[in-house]
Design a protein around this ligand. Structure first.
Ligand SMILES: C[S@@+](CC[C@H](N)C(=O)[O-])C[C@H]1O[C@@H](n2cnc3c(N)ncnc32)[C@H](O)[C@@H]1O
Length: 371
């Protein structure tokens, strides 16, 4: 005899599963804030000390209140983000530490495992949440990129990929490009360069290359200049504030670049077609024009299990779509820019074809635009 669940029991099970999912999402969100707080106060840096720390030692070294230090340590250890290295019934003598794996994920800015910057997005989103974001949703308006002040988090998030993969894994997949960048006088332009980590990595990999990075966010350009100086490539990598969908600074000579890059920025623009047309104008007739944007699916899918798609939709709702709509009129693209959308923008900007280079990455998709 087959026993089938009654419709009521079936609905109860669905409610239970849905409630569990929401609970887990809420819990993860609250814990994410505690990680963000730890990063803000540099608590993980102190915990990386060889013998670990008691709550009192952490409080003293990090300059925070001892009772708060104890609560944060207990919360982090209870959630399994940090370790108890010397157990004790006494809260004030218990020692805590950060495992080598946690250090790699939270404290190594160039590690491919560096995921800490994801938590630095929370204070940035908080600057506009909920009032300004809700207002944008009600009115169809936007929020300027600068108002989030998330340029450091953005830069840190992509820095590991540029430091480890850009030259050696990605650009080698474009025939002849690496050889070309090795020739004295080779020049690269990057639009929407943010804090400059891609340009800096390129300059380090190709000692002959000179690079111009453009971005309309003043804080990003200030940080990019500082980063380039500290990396020792400030003489070959220059950064300028410029709206790449508008007029370019006088020192930027169109038709003079061998490689023109737009990394994770086209989807943010109110005027993506104008920016792509700028890329086309910047390059020599035989230049490589390379766009990197999110590795989203080709078509919308409900209840997707793809975490990249879900991450990009969340980023779009909270940040990228409002940023794109901070100018009017706007293409209102959003983070989830499908390949067909980028191709239609490229065609409108005057490119004849969009090729897909054989570059594989979980988060990013690459487009080689052919003039
Ligand atoms: C998501 S961030 C990516 C930054 C950098 N490429 C990276 O990978 O970290 C997008 C960047 O595009 C810049 N941007 C947006 N609109 C722009 C415009 N019209 N002109 C120049 N830069 C722009 C933003 O200021 C921001 O730095």
């Amino acid at each position: 005899m087959t026993v089938t669940a009654s419709p009521e029991a079936d609905l109860d099970a669905q409610i239970g599963a849905y409630a569990t999912r929401l609970f887990e999402t809420g819990l993860a969100t609250l814990e994410a804030f505690t990680i963000s707080l730890g990063r803000e106060l540099h608590l993980y840096d102190h915990l990386a000390a060889e013998d670990g720390l008691t709550a009192g030692e952490l409080a003293q070294q990090a300059g925070i209140d001892a009772r708060y230090a104890r609560e944060w340590l207990e919360q982090q250890a209870s959630a399994g983000y940090i370790d108890v290295t010397a157990p004790s019934e006494q809260a004030n003598t218990r020692r805590y530490g950060l495992s080598p794996a946690a250090q790699e994920c939270l404290l190594r800015p160039e590690s491919l495992a560096s995921i800490g910057p994801l938590f630095d997005l929370l204070p940035a989103i908080n600057r506009v949440f909920p009032a300004r974001l809700a207002h944008a949703f009600r009115t169809g308006g936007g929020i300027a990129y600068a108002d989030y002040a998330l340029h450091d988090a953005q830069g840190d998030f992509n820095r590991p990929a540029y430091a480890n993969l850009l030259a050696g894994d990605w650009l080698v997949k474009i025939p002849g490009l690496v050889q070309r960048l090795g020739i004295p006088g080779a020049r690269v332009a990057e639009i929407g360069c943010g804090e400059g980590w891609a340009a800096i990595s390129l300059a380090q990999a190709f000692p002959e290359v000179r690079i111009d990075g453009l971005d309309n966010d003043e804080a990003s350009i200030a940080a990019a200049r500082k980063n380039a100086m500290q990396a020792g490539v400030g003489d070959r990598v220059k950064f300028e504030v410029a709206d790449v969908a508008g007029e370019l600074p006088g020192q930027i000579v169109t038709g003079s670049y061998d490689l023109v890059l737009a990394f994770e920025m086209i989807h943010d623009l109110a005027r993506p077609v104008e920016a792509l047309a700028t890329m086309r104008r910047l390059g020599k007739p035989d230049a490589v024009h390379l766009v990197m944007d999110e590795s989203v699916a080709e078509v919308f899918q409900a209840a997707t299990e793809n975490p990249v798609e879900r991450l990009m939709y969340a980023a779009s709702v909270l940040h990228c779509l409002p940023v794109g709509r901070s100018e009017s009129p706007s293409a209102a693209t959003g983070t989830v820019m499908r390949p067909a959308t980028l191709s239609s923008y490229a065609t409108e900007a005057g490119f004849s074809r969009v090729d897909t280079p054989a570059i594989e990455h979980d988060m990013f998709r690459f487009y080689h635009l052919i003039p």
